[in-house]
Design a protein around this ligand. Sequence first.
Ligand SMILES: O=C(O)CCC(=O)C(=O)O
Ligand SMILES: [Fe+2]
Length: 300
Amino acid sequence: MKVTRMTGTIGAHITDIDLSQPLSAEVRDALIRLWHEHLVLVFPGQTRLTPQAHIDFARLFGELEVSSSLNSFSHPEHREIFLLSNEVKDGKPSETRDVGWQWHTDLAFSTRPARGSILHAKAIPEAGGDTMFANMYVAYETLSETMRGLLSQLWAVHDNANSDWHAVRAMGAKSAIVEEFIKKNKPVRQPMVRRHPVTGRESLLLSECFVRTIHGMSPQESKPLLDYLHAHATQPEFVYRHHWQTGDLLMWDNRCTMHKVVADHDDKPSADSGNRLRVLHRVTLLGEEELGVELAPQLP
Ligand SMILES: O=C(O)CCC(=O)C(=O)O
Ligand SMILES: [Fe+2]
């Protein structure tokens, strides 16, 4: 297997490996080390990987999230696979079409943010739909000592109801499944600085998608600090931008990164012609620790 770093701070391509074949414990351990070192691993051209082999590969790295029901978010035969698709079915836009178009960390709206996620590209548009990843260790380490000290005492409120669902915009209403999802996931507070359970390094935990306030502060007080931190954390020097090819498998460490899809591939004017279909399968590794604390419902 060959390792090629993609930027000075984050991301490596791993080639000369076929993930559809069983991997030895040695190879698995080497991949875990590379994952902790580079935060995002890209395995180009894994076109032979079946959904079951994708799940089996993910299981080598930990416990998986399994959807409680077969719904339009999950693969019809595998509840471990979250279907990210912009396919229009029966004239209805896909509910998962714009999942992740703002910077976020997976499952940070729950008490147990994900350990990582593994995405497999099934259909990729002719242009657009790249995914960006930011190194949140470096984001934290490049702040002043005073700012690091301040942030280590703060918690941010992550509320799934804050996310901007494309389907809601397109249909003017929340579908039953989106309503259920929001109801099931109550707001939680998460520390703004977290320590990686394996590497021991500290990183920033942010989410442009779910966070509007710092716990105990007003939205007006929170916004300037959150805006600054987002701009700081997502500067190009800390980011890897992945341009997808069908068959790519990409695995990220969710405990020290955040990510977003660049949503420029479907109804935007620049994508007026050509193939816009974008379908990815995601298997999510459950976090090993409870990090967030559920918040009591706010009085109206
Ligand atoms: O569609 C993408 O590229 C990323 C979507 C996302 O945020 C995720 O799969 O967690
Ligand atoms: Fe995500």
